[in-house]
Design a protein around this ligand. Structure first.
Ligand code: RP5
Length: 162
């Protein structure tokens, strides 16, 4: 199976990334994680994305906060699908990161999930890989059924308890 490449701008983004890696582990999807910043270590971020396809990655996730150029900078150097996670924090508490990540100019797409949306980034990455992987698609179906059952369990008897 192709790997998911995960890049975060700082290790302070780790709690968001852990939501993603938990889900990838649950689904048995291989991944590799790096701390590369578009601003502080631009060469490493560039090299990682330039070589990602030949290094066995099928989709990339990039998480960053504040002036969050990371996902766009990664996407500039690869035609693999790139999922951006804007991270909360700083004076604007994530609005800056959301707009920096989602408002990509035409030609270089970044599929942006919600602020701190590590879980959805992982699910979307798995869904992309599952286009060509029936076993992974079945795991995603099973996870949806399991998650729905948890909601229905919460529904059961809630009126009576109130
Ligand atoms: C961004 O700046 C990082 O992605 C992080 O979300 C934010 C703050 O970084 P630190 O100052 O905590 O390293 O580049």
């Amino acid at each position: 199976m192709k790997k998911v490449g995960i890049v975060m701008g700082s290790d302070s983004d780790l709690p968001v990334i852990q939501k993603a890696t938990d889900i990838l582990k649950e689904l048995g999807v291989p991944f590799e994680v790096h701390v590369y910043s578009a601003h502080r270590t631009p060469e490493q971020a560039r090299d990682f994305s330039l070589n990602a396809r030949r290094n066995g990655f099928g989709v990339l996730i990039a998480a960053a906060g504040m002036a969050a150029h990371l996902a766009g900078a990664i996407a500039a150097n690869t035609t693999l699908p790139v999922i951006g996670i804007p991270c909360k924090g700083g004076a604007m508490d994530g609005l800056d990161a959301l707009l920096s990540t989602v408002q990509m100019p035409s030609g270089i797409p970044v599929a942006t999930v919600a602020l701190n949306g590590g879980a959805n980034a992982a699910l979307l990455a798995a869904q992309i890989l599952a286009v060509e992987d029936a076993a992974l698609a079945a795991k995603l179906d099973a996870k949806r059924a399991k998650d729905a059952a948890k909601v229905l369990e919460k529904d059961s008897g809630i009126t009576e308890r109130l």
